[in-house]
Design a protein around this ligand. Structure first.
Ligand SMILES: Cc1cc2nc3c(=O)[nH]c(=O)nc-3n(C[C@H](O)[C@H](O)[C@H](O)COP(=O)(O)OP(=O)(O)OC[C@H]3O[C@@H](n4cnc5c(N)ncnc54)[C@H](O)[C@@H]3O)c2cc1C
Ligand code: SF4
Length: 510
């Protein structure tokens, strides 16, 4: 059967694109290698989620030494948004420009913030984002207030907020995509629980690509979703300038589908893998790879989690409500960008146990969890052509060397001092909430950049509309198109861009 559009993958990019196109009347096929994530008690079980990695079902990858590791990512309808923290940020205006960092230059994007602004506004509406404008000094221009009021701080966090404010910082409400109604808690879908960041939402109140985009689209008879459908190859016509059919593994059998427009949205690692695996005579080094950039410039942010321990009890339930950008572009002492700081979900003893020495008794971990505030720090990593995705004997191989650490490490040091000065912390421990303290290679949650877009086909894979320079009907709408990674969480930019590309495709198919 011939489809008008085939979308591969249903995460932040693919799910959002589907939602944008669902009323186009076009015949749309969606191929997703994962299944619907089961709605089960284990969704909120820390041991299942953090210790047994229940929802990180991706295959093992190998590092530059050929050593296997399990990446912190999953294949589900909704992609990684099923377990994300739903912190939904816009990049800053300057992130689209060339910016000098201590470790090198963060390159300019072919589009500017103003080109994306209206799509960010649509994205915030589609994903029910709560927040408050005008507090964060690095905030870009925004044409409308957030669609929903900010998620309030609980008392310990409010006190921390006030302490930071008194010391001249500008803490602000973390923009969050949750269906929370604090004025009418009886009728609120979100219950403000302590198992959100890193967990699937048992009551479907987190704004993820599955619940907000895919399921509503399936009401339309022009949309067909096939789950458990892993796309293994994109096959071109004889001249190599368009995709003729798609090879899919479905219940251990090869199937082929045809579409006028093909959109890869497999996530930055797997879209690059698909392009590389689809090499043929016309595209000997991988599809659309004349520039040699397919799979290169892989970025994932520098990330760290820290646990600020204090004598004071922290009885916060939903902790992920505050963020600080005062070091984002540097400060008086260090004029280069340093990064972004936000609170993490509140840890408990079972999360800490994944990290703690084996002999650490449960009651100690319990006390640590009760007396700590948990932070997530992000720094920009710069695109480097040597940081890349390759295929090595059927394994996905990731080459990644950290760069631009100076600013990030300075920010970590500074923040520890700030917290000690605020009296909210007597000790700080590195805390491997997700997977590591300074999060190691397996922490690929913020993967981006492997098929970057640009005006020049010698240095980029995609054009300004995220169509491959070399093929007429092949697009990409996941995190691959990023030119630089900024230092805020990537999903809202992926979502906004997917809406933009969706509108472009509607025009093209008119
Ligand atoms: C624990 C955790 C917390 C996070 N917290 C945040 C946060 O607070 N804020 C934020 O902005 N971001 C957060 N992220 C990152 C966020 O989830 C990703 O940036 C986002 O999901 C990426 O969107 P994507 O469309 O590029 O890829 P994905 O969402 O990963 O979607 C890719 C989809 O493609 C499918 N697929 C892959 N290969 C194939 C194939 N060959 N055939 C068919 N289907 C395929 C996958 O199953 C998946 O459904 C977090 C991630 C994790 C893991
Ligand atoms: S805090 Fe709200 S959105 Fe998050 S898991 Fe709990 S109920 Fe779901």
């Amino acid at each position: 059967m011939q489809y008008d559009i085939i979308i591969i993958g249903t995460g932040a990019g693919g799910g959002t694109l589907l939602h944008t196109l669902k009323n186009s009347g076009k015949k749309i096929l969606v191929l997703e290698r994962g299944d619907f994530l089961p709605k089960e008690k284990a969704n909120w079980d820390t041991i299942e989620v953090f210790q047994k990695d229940r929802y990180h079902n991706a295959e093992e990858f190998i590092d530059d030494q050929g050593k296997e590791f399990k990446p912190g990512m999953g294949y589900w309808v909704g992609g990684n948004t099923k377990v994300y923290g739903a912190a939904l940020f816009r990049l800053r205006e300057k992130d689209f420009e060339s910016v000098q960092h201590a470790g090198g230059i963060s390159p300019e994007w072919p589009l500017k913030y103003n080109d994306l602004e209206s799509y960010y506004t649509k994205a915030e509406k589609l994903y029910n984002v709560h927040g408050k404008r005008g507090i964060d000094p690095t905030e870009p221009f925004m044409s409308e207030e957030y669609p929903f009021e900010p998620v309030n701080h609980e008392p310990v966090i409010q006190e921390l907020h006030d302490n930071l404010k008194n010391r001249g910082f500008n803490p602000f409400y973390l923009p969050l995509g949750v269906k929370l109604n604090e004025k009418d808690r009886m009728n609120s879908e979100c219950i403000r629980c302590d198992t959100c960041d890193g967990f699937p939402c048992l009551v479907h109140a987190k704004s993820d690509a599955d619940i907000n985009c895919v399921r509503p689209s399936l009401q339309n008879s022009n949309v067909t979703l096939i789950t458990g459908a892993k796309v293994t190859r994109l096959i071109t016509n004889a001249t190599g300038n368009s995709i003729e059919s798609i090879e899919v593994m479905l219940e251990n059998q090869q199937h082929y589908f045809k579409g006028d427009i093909i959109v890869a949205a497999c996530g930055a690692i797997n879209s690059a893998v698909l392009f590389l695996k689809s090499a043929n005579e016309r595209h000997p080094h991988g599809l659309a790879n004349k520039s040699g950039q397919v799979g290169r410039n892989f970025m994932k942010h520098q990330n760290a989690a820290i646990l600020a321990l204090s004598r004071k009890l922290n009885n916060t339930v939903f902790q992920k409500t505050l963020a600080v950008n005062d070091f984002y572009f540097g400060d008086d002492e260090f004029t280069y960008p340093m990064g972004h700081i936000q609170l993490l979900g509140k840890s408990n003893k079972d999360m800490l146990a994944t990290d703690a020495p084996k002999f650490a008794p449960g009651f100690i971990l319990d006390k640590m969890a009760e007396h700590s505030i948990d932070w997530w720090m992000t720094g920009e990593d710069l695109p480097d052509t040597s940081n890349r995705i390759e295929i090595n004997r059927d394994h996905v191989q990731i080459f990644y060397k950290e760069n631009n650490q100076q600013g990030f490490e300075r920010m970590m040091k500074k923040w520890k001092n700030v917290l000690e000065d605020c009296g909210v912390c007597d000790h700080i421990l590195d805390h491997k909430l997700y997977i590591g303290k300074k999060i190691p290679l397996a922490g690929v949650a913020h993967q981006c950049g492997t098929l970057r877009f640009g005006n020049d086909s010698d240095t980029s894979v995609l054009d300004i509309n995220c169509k491959t320079h070399e093929l007429d009907n092949l697009y990409v709408v996941d995190g691959s198109f990023f030119v630089s990674s900024g230092a805020v969480n990537p999903s809202l930019t992926i979502i906004a861009n997917a809406i933009r590309i969706g509108e472009h495709l509607m025009e093209r198919l008119k």
